[in-house]
Design a protein around this ligand. Structure first.
Ligand code: AMP
Length: 221
């Protein structure tokens, strides 16, 4: 039986958290919970929360902890989260990490692993600036490293591939600064725990995925 418990992906924007969480979600049978995807869905749906979040996201800043924690609490209460989820882009501040610890304290499912993906700065910028995302199904491509068969069209669903507003060069720099200031302290917060793993994000997504599965003891399951 596959292990249970939440898995957290840590690392700078563009390091491959979303790509890996999607791959491992199929492999481990746990839902992929991306707070960024959930916020973008609210933006598209035009909800009040989405309208407020859009300006913040477009600037590369972080959405408030209360909003994020509300979304996560609701998501964890859904039945498919009962064996654990793969968190992508959450937690992003110390306050969020502490709140998550409180949420899981006493629950049957705890935090099983913290996967810290590591990549050099220049590779991060290259991955972010070349990233394209399917507007319809959310599949992630890269113009150079993982191009679709037909330019601009999703291989999986035929949807249009777009560049995220916050993947534009002027926003990327700010997002990396925000990461350094607000999210990097989480590494020290989690580093002493038995489930903490530092994993190189160099190479193609399959190679990185295999490294993660090996570290989780799930490579041959
Ligand atoms: P992502 O798709 O994870 O890169 O998130 C895109 C944007 O959504 C971020 O730059 C933030 O503005 C916002 N966001 C996503 N997750 C969080 C979070 N856990 N805390 C604060 N803001 C978030």
């Amino acid at each position: 039986m596959k292990g249970q418990g939440h898995i957290i992906f840590l690392g700078a924007p563009g390091v491959g958290k979303g790509t890996q969480a999607k791959l491992l979600s199929n492999r481990l049978g746990l839902p992929h919970v991306s707070t960024g995807d959930m916020l973008r869905a609210s933006v598209l749906a035009g909800t009040a929360m989405g309208r407020r979040a859009k300006a913040v996201m477009d600037s590369g800043a972080l959405v408030g902890d209360e909003i994020i924690l509300g979304i996560v609490r609701e998501r964890l209460a859904e039945p498919d989260a009962a064996r654990g989820v793969l968190f992508d882009g959450f937690p992003r501040t110390l306050a969020q990490a502490k709140a998550l610890d409180e949420m899981v304290a006493g629950a049957t499912v705890g935090i099983r692993a913290i996967v810290h993906l590591v990549l050099a700065d220049e590779d991060i910028v290259e991955r972010l600036s070349g990233r394209r995302v399917c507007a319809q199904c959310g599949a992630i491509y890269h113009v150079r490293f993982q191009p679709p068969t037909r330019a601009g069209i999703c291989d999986r669903c035929g949807g249009e591939l777009l560049q995220r507003d916050d993947d534009k060069p002027e926003v990327i720099r700010h997002r990396l600064e925000v990461y350094r200031r607000d999210t990097e302290p989480l590494i020290a917060y989690y580093a002493g725990r038995p489930g903490y793993r530092e994993i190189s994000a160099v190479g193609d997504s399959e190679a990185v995925s295999m490294r993660i599965l090996e570290e989780l003891g799930e490579a041959h399951g």
